[in-house]
Design a binder for this molecule. Structure first.
Ligand code: ADP
Ligand code: 5GP
Length: 189
């Protein structure tokens, strides 16, 4: 059981990081987390190299030129995110399964490339109001960035049906258990 891809996507604030961090801690899944590159500023609780590779826009763009990404997106205006080929190689060479937290476009893109070797899971908030409240209570975004994120939500929600599975993240413990069951079923089949 190695070299399989599990992709989590959904709007900002849906609970992807919370669920992905939970899955990372489950040894039997043998996950390596694909550390994305981004040009957004680092949050206080994040570490460079384990949460993201934090890059300048110039560095990010030169890596696009050098074909270093499997996929990349300008997820928000002037904020680039991308999956590095080097990450996928590192995790695969270590004999692990790959875990991704990427936006809805990146998620459908990776699934298209890896087909049956990948499963894509959409994390859906119970309602737009709850999503907004959770994002605000996370207290990581400026007013401007919060609005950029909320503005994208409606479009992102239309991607749900393109995913293999949808988890509605209402009660967190239930959502974690659903995620575990989906991953276990996929990795063991
Ligand atoms: P994302 O990675 O999708 O942007 P996060 O995992 O950061 O979302 O979750 C957004 C916020 O909502 C965080 O503060 C997190 O602790 C909280 N959260 C996540 N899931 C739930 C839930 N089911 N109930 C209440 N709060 C939640
Ligand atoms: P955040 O800034 O909240 O960590 O992430 C913002 C959005 O960018 C989320 O939807 C997250 O899943 C997405 N994202 C993170 N890494 C990547 C990546 O490598 N590629 C793409 N396409 N999106 C990413």
């Amino acid at each position: 059981m190695s070299g399989k891809l599990v992709i989590f996507s959904g709007p900002s604030g849906a609970g992807k990081s919370t669920i992905v961090n939970h899955l990372k801690s489950i040894g039997e899944f043998n996950f390596g987390f694909s550390v994305s590159a981004t040009t957004r500023p680092k949050r206080e609780n994040e570490n460079n190299g384990s949460d993201y590779h934090f890059l300048s826009i110039d560095d990010f763009k030169s890596r696009i030129e050098d074909n270093e990404f499997i996929e990349w997106e300008e997820v928000y205006p002037n904020q680039y995110y991308g999956t590095l080929k080097s990450e996928v190689n590192r995790i695969t060479l270590n004999g692990k399964n790959l875990l991704f937290d990427v936006d809805v476009v990146g998620g459908t893109n990776i699934k298209r490339q890896y087909k049956d070797n990948a499963i894509s899971v959409f994390i859906q908030p119970p309602s737009p109001e709850v999503l907004e409240a959770r994002l605000k209570s996370r207290k990581t975004e400026s007013e401007e960035n919060l609005n950029k994120r909320l503005k994208k939500t409606r479009l992102e929600m239309t991607y749900a049906r393109r995913f293999d599975k949808i988890i509605v993240n209402d009660d967190l413990e239930t959502a974690k258990r659903e995620a575990e069951a989906i991953v276990r079923d996929f990795l063991l089949k």
